[in-house]
Design a protein around this ligand. Structure first.
Ligand SMILES: Nc1ncnc2c1ncn2[C@@H]1O[C@H](COP(=O)(O)OP(=O)(O)OP(=O)(O)O)[C@@H](O)[C@H]1O
Ligand SMILES: [Mg+2]
Length: 391
């Protein structure tokens, strides 16, 4: 029985489960229906929607339920490749095609032969490359840079963008013919604020996932907290919701989360959403952040986390060497496995955490406190260093 046949037999719910697509809203059910219809064909699909709505999730589901699923889906972020090399990246080049081209190289289209190519942020493709891309879509043919011998590939194309391509066409940034070619099968994923009923499902899914990944017990979110999150505008969509859910679980250390916690830890969620101030039609109740702004904030948050981790590591080291009156004095350093070995900072950290855990009888809360790190970080390091079995 072919994979396609098997997929066509799945009902929407089974299909969603298989491909990890959360959502009970009519909107999501419609999206899933289109995925199921287009997946077994070779038709080019354009996926549109704001940042973080799940475009990549949909692209993966299409590929994984197509009859190309025995080959990989190659993802190319068109926005991340410098304009000067995008053509050779996509179509490959011949030896000597340009300075530095010391040997011939396949491009992404050739690499994806027999499978799927996912061109993310297609709106970023330079105009000159758009013409060549259209040719591949129409004929499957392209030229490597520096060659005039056409090559042919059998590739299924899925493209995605969070830009308004129609507007880009009006601004002369996107070719009209390519736009028409792409939009014939367009899966549009509406923003999360237009499918609020799915929010509780996402909260449950991300919470359970997080608890499982980190092997922690959680009490989750109170009804009222869920209601608050349901009414937020989620400019960063599902990605932002996931981030907020995980941050709250960490900050509350697995205890039940209430609206006050959201207010305390996430002041950007406006007060009226917490029910303290009634929203008024006359008041500008929230400023619409652009998806770039939201993206930037998310990156900023991640960077802050890395910075905090580094800070903790530094503190640990200082603590280690300054704490000479404890059992971890330098005499002991010389007397055991630390002696005569060039240890990495990681070895040192692992050993130190192990000792602290032993000293405090495996009490992780106390150990984390003494190490001046969060329990979450301690749990992560215990897993990372495989200290679980040793205690
Ligand atoms: N329906 C869904 N079910 C499960 N997870 C989802 C769903 N939609 C989005 N996600 C999750 O949300 C996050 C963002 O999704 P994804 O990367 O697919 O968004 P995107 O639209 O491609 O965003 P961007 O435009 O920024 O590239 C991912 O962690 C993804 O797993
Ligand atoms: Mg994406």
């Amino acid at each position: 029985m072919s994979e396609n046949y098997r997929n066509s037999k799945l009902d929407t719910e089974e299909f969603q489960k298989l491909h990890g697509i959360i959502g009970n809203s009519v909107i999501i059910k419609e999206v899933v229906n289109i995925i199921q219809q287009v997946a077994p064909t070779d038709v080019t699909v354009l996926i549109t929607g704001e940042s973080g709505v799940g475009k990549e999730v949909v692209a993966k589901a299409i590929h994984n339920s197509s009859n190309r699923n025995n080959k990989p889906m190659i993802t190319v972020n068109c926005g991340a490749i410098p304009e000067g090399i995008i053509e050779s990246e996509l179509f490959g080049h011949e030896k000597g095609a340009f300075t530095g081209a010391v040997e011939a190289r396949k491009g992404y289209f050739e690499i994806s032969d027999g499978g799927t190519i996912f061109l993310d942020e297609i709106g970023e493709l330079p105009l000159s490359t758009q013409a060549k891309f259209l040719r591949v879509l129409d004929t499957g043919e392209f030229l490597r840079v520096g060659s005039n011998v056409p090559r042919k590939v059998d590739v299924r194309v899925i493209a995605a963008t969070n830009r308004d391509l129609e507007q880009e066409v009006r601004n002369n940034n996107f070719r009209k013919d390519l736009f028409f070619r792409l939009r014939s099968i367009n899966i549009h994923i509406p923003p999360l604020r237009d499918r609020k009923d799915d929010i509780p499902l996402f909260i449950k899914h991300f919470s359970e996932n997080f608890a499982e990944r980190n092997k922690i017990q959680i009490e989750g979110f109170s009804e009222e907290a869920i209601e608050v999150l349901k009414n937020h505008t989620w400019e960063g969509n599902v990605r932002e919701l996931k981030n907020v859910v995980e941050s709250l679980l960490v900050l509350k250390q697995g205890k039940l989360i209430f609206p006050e916690d959201i207010k305390k830890h996430l002041p950007e969620i406006k007060e009226y959403e917490l029910g303290y101030i009634a929203p008024s039609r006359n008041l500008p109740v929230h400023t619409h952040k652009s998806s770039e702004q939201v993206e930037r904030e998310l990156i900023y948050r991640a960077l802050l986390e890395i910075k905090n981790d580094l800070e903790e590591l530094k503190n640990n080291m200082v603590l280690y060497f300054e704490n000479k009156n404890t059992v971890y004095d330098l005499n002991e350093l010389n007397s055991d496995k630390f002696a005569n070995e060039d240890l990495t900072l990681q070895d040192l950290e692992k050993e130190y955490i192990k000792r602290m855990l032993l000293k405090y009888h495996g009490n992780r809360r106390l150990t984390a406190k003494k190490l001046n790190i969060s329990e979450r970080t301690l749990y992560r390091k215990i897993n990372e260093y495989g200290l679980n079995e040793k205690l």
